[in-house]
Design a protein around this ligand. Structure first.
Ligand SMILES: C[S@@+](CC[C@H](N)C(=O)[O-])C[C@H]1O[C@@H](n2cnc3c(N)ncnc32)[C@H](O)[C@@H]1O
Length: 210
């Protein structure tokens, strides 16, 4: 964040992370599971709280930064179902969830590839779906998310700006193209009320209204 304009840095750190999140963030960066930035995490907590989310799916557990933010916004009896292909990332995420006091049935970790696991989850059974795994699979996550969400539920995607590459039409690498394509799909989907939140690396959120 050092090179960001002052207002952007102020917004990003407006809600500072506690030691639990800072430690989870450090572990995520060390093992190559880059966590959502603090502003995006705070936005997730806000969204979960605004809809009193009880059942949330996370695609890309990483080391638990986004999961802790989500759980802190969810109802106290809510369950986070989080999918990741790397067991070591989920082991470190479990450590963060325990440190944050989210034990027992509050977190269901599923190890596996997202596109293998998601079809096993119930139609319309979830209040919020957060996507943060393989960027090239984002349009598949979008399709699965709309199936998983109840009416009025929210889908959110991290990295909607993808390091400012999405906004630059000359950038045509597969990840950038996939995130750009996702943006168009969400923006033009009449079943959704979308919002691109320019915090962190961009959080694309949408309410399933239709
Ligand atoms: C950007 S990190 C997630 C960070 C996490 N959301 C956070 O804020 O702490 C992406 C994670 O997605 C996982 N991943 C990548 N491709 C995947 C796939 N196809 N299925 C499931 N998980 C995947 C990686 O192992 C990694 O832990």
């Amino acid at each position: 964040m050092n090179d960001a304009p002052a207002g952007r840095a102020y917004a990003e750190t407006f809600l500072p992370e506690d030691e639990i999140l800072q430690n989870a963030r450090r572990r995520g960066s060390e093992v190559g599971a880059p966590p959502i930035q603090p502003g995006g995490g705070a936005a997730l907590r806000f969204l979960a709280s605004a809809i009193s989310a009880r059942a949330v799916v996370e695609i890309g557990t990483g080391c638990g930064v986004s999961g802790v933010w989500l759980l802190r916004g969810m109802r106290p009896d809510g369950t986070l179902t989080s999918v990741d292909v790397e067991p070591e990332h989920q082991r470190l995420a479990r450590q963060a969830f325990n440190e944050a006091g989210f034990t027992g049935g509050r977190v269901r970790l599923i190890s596996g590839r997202a596109l293998d696991v998601l079809p096993r989850l119930a139609d319309g059974g979830y209040d919020l779906v957060f996507c943060d795994a393989a960027k090239r699979e984002y349009t598949d996550y979008y399709v699965e998310s709309l199936r998983l969400l109840r009416p009025g539920g929210i889908v959110a995607f991290d990295n909607a700006l993808w390091g400012d590459k999405v906004a630059d039409p000359s950038r045509r690498d597969p990840d950038t193209v996939a995130v750009r394509e996702l943006g168009k799909l969400v923006r033009d989907d009449e079943r959704l009320t979308p919002l691109l939140i320019p915090l962190g690396d961009g959080l694309l959120a949408a309410v399933k209204t239709g």
